[in-house]
Design a protein around this ligand. Structure first.
Ligand code: CTP
Ligand code: MG
Length: 168
């Protein structure tokens, strides 16, 4: 069971195809800021990686507004790179929200299969491999970086079975 304080900034952490957006909608509908969605808003294309910087600026602007109003917020992005997680921690600190990480650690082969089945994803396997390598490193350092609660779900079964409760 995943138990998190009501006033948290939650980073989903997982490679492409691990099921972050599916998980976010299932457990956190109405509280999710998705990097893909912000790429779409600023560039009209959720896959336009050249729009990432503007997309994240915008996303964190909105995150700050939400947190200032004490609305729990979930960041749906891979968050496998340390600089991405630093942005999460900085945003949480500014508004005194509890930074939480939920890791979706799904086998790369499964993620690759899912990705290939998607018309809206076109990157190659090396991208996934790189994300996977970054994820391994992230899992070891999340707590040290400052995430106050770290949950690691290690298979699609564990992800399916997970429940989320908010602590008042
Ligand atoms: N999917 C699935 N079974 C699950 C979870 C997801 O078949 N238990 C499928 C989804 O329907 C989707 C794909 O796998 O087609 C990727 O899931 P998604 O939640 O979109 O993964 P993300 O981690 O959000 O991927 P990305 O980083 O590319 O946005
Ligand atoms: Mg997604």
């Amino acid at each position: 069971m995943i138990s998190i304080p009501e006033f948290a900034l939650v980073a989903l952490v997982g490679i492409s195809g691990s099921g972050k957006s599916t998980f976010a909608e299932r457990h956190f509908a109405g509280s999710v800021l998705s990097a893909d969605h912000f790429r779409y808003l600023v560039a009209g294309d959720e896959n336009d990686q050249t729009a990432s910087s503007d997309a994240f600026d915008s996303l964190y602007h909105v995150a700050d507004k939400r947190l200032a109003a004490r609305r729990m917020t979930v960041i749906d992005a891979t968050n496998v790179q340390q600089h991405a997680r630093t942005a999460v921690l900085t945003a949480a600190k500014k508004q005194h929200a509890l930074p939480v990480a939920i890791v979706l650690d799904v086998d790369e082969d499964i993620c690759w299969e899912r990705t290939q089945a998607r018309p809206d994803r076109s990157f190659g396997r090396p991208v996934l491999k790189r994300q996977r390598r970054d994820l391994r490193r992230a899992i070891r350092t999340l707590a040290k970086e400052g995430f106050r609660r770290v949950f690691v779900l290690s298979s699609p079964e564990e992800i399916d079975a997970a429940t989320v409760t908010l602590e008042p």
